[in-house]
Design a binder for this molecule. Structure first.
Ligand SMILES: [Mg+2]
Length: 268
């Protein structure tokens, strides 16, 4: 009775893959990270681009609405912004200590047998730092991030030669599916952004809108927090054979009482 991982893939759960957004999906940025992020973007617009401080908030909002991020907008408008420099200011200066370990979420993730993937518009350094702060750095099989979607940016001759690719663009979804080789019909995609959820549904993913109690048209499920997952999508835990190897918190959660135990923080 040794071939556990193969058997797990053949379990009767409708999902073989779980794709998670990072920011505001695996943790809330309302603890101060979100405000710090906005300030860092405003500072970047002043320090690196020379905008007047009183103009930055309006500009940041406009760039986000029109282009999906300030970096994407600035480059589309012809500003020769280096992505690594942008991220070093916008993410590098974040107060990461505000992101607290989430042992309940760790326990939940480690109790699943599915292949787990992070799909974030953020850069890899930020993703790694945030996951480490959350205590989740070893809970995922793959990270699809800014660098995955924009491999040629540094080689561009002009800032607008390669448009910045981010969720929810169809190109971003195409890259994510290609890089992860998931079968969308067997994949659950969790994200806090309604546009990203719509983009996920458009490529055939099953979708979970995080941070909301009411579903949008393209969301199959809605969760107030990711830790509600066992209650809202118990099918993830149907007949798992084994959890990820090497964790003493593995739970064969085929009974509701065992799902309840996933909801109890480790060491609480
Ligand atoms: Mg997000």
């Amino acid at each position: 009775m040794e071939s556990c991982s193969k058997s797990a893939r053949e379990s009767s759960s409708p999902f073989d893959f779980l794709i998670f957004d990072l920011d505001d999906t695996l943790y809330s940025s309302k603890t101060g990270i979100g405000e710090a992020l906005k300030k860092n973007i405003d500072d970047f617009l002043v320090e690196r681009c020379g905008f007047a401080p009183e103009k930055t908030t309006t500009l940041r909002v406009e760039l986000f609405k029109t282009y999906g991020s300030s970096l994407a907008g600035l480059r589309a408008l012809g500003y020769d912004i280096d992505a690594d420099d942008y991220h070093s200011v916008v993410h590098g200066r974040l107060p990461y200590h505000l992101i607290k370990p989430d042992p309940q979420l760790r326990n939940l993730l480690r109790s699943t047998t599915q292949r787990k993937i992070i799909f974030t518009n953020s850069d890899r350094t930020h993703a790694m730092k945030a996951l480490k702060r959350l205590g989740l750095e070893d809970c995922f099989d793959q990270i699809v991030c800014f660098e995955t979607m924009n491999p040629n940016l540094a080689e561009s001759a002009r800032p607008d030669e390669f448009p910045v690719v981010l969720k929810p663009s169809p190109e971003a979804m195409r890259i994510a599916l290609r890089e992860t080789s998931v079968d969308p019909r067997r994949t659950l995609f969790l994200d806090d952004n309604v546009l990203n959820i719509a983009a996920g549904k458009a490529v055939g993913l099953h979708t979970v809108l995080v941070g909301k109690t009411v579903k949008t048209k393209e969301a199959d499920y809605a969760l107030q927090t990711v830790n509600d997952l066992p209650n809202v999508v118990p099918g993830i835990w149907v007949n798992p054979i084994h959890g990820s190897a090497g964790d003493d918190q593995i739970i064969n959660a085929t009974r509701s009482g065992e799902i309840d135990s996933i909801l109890t923080p480790v060491g609480a």
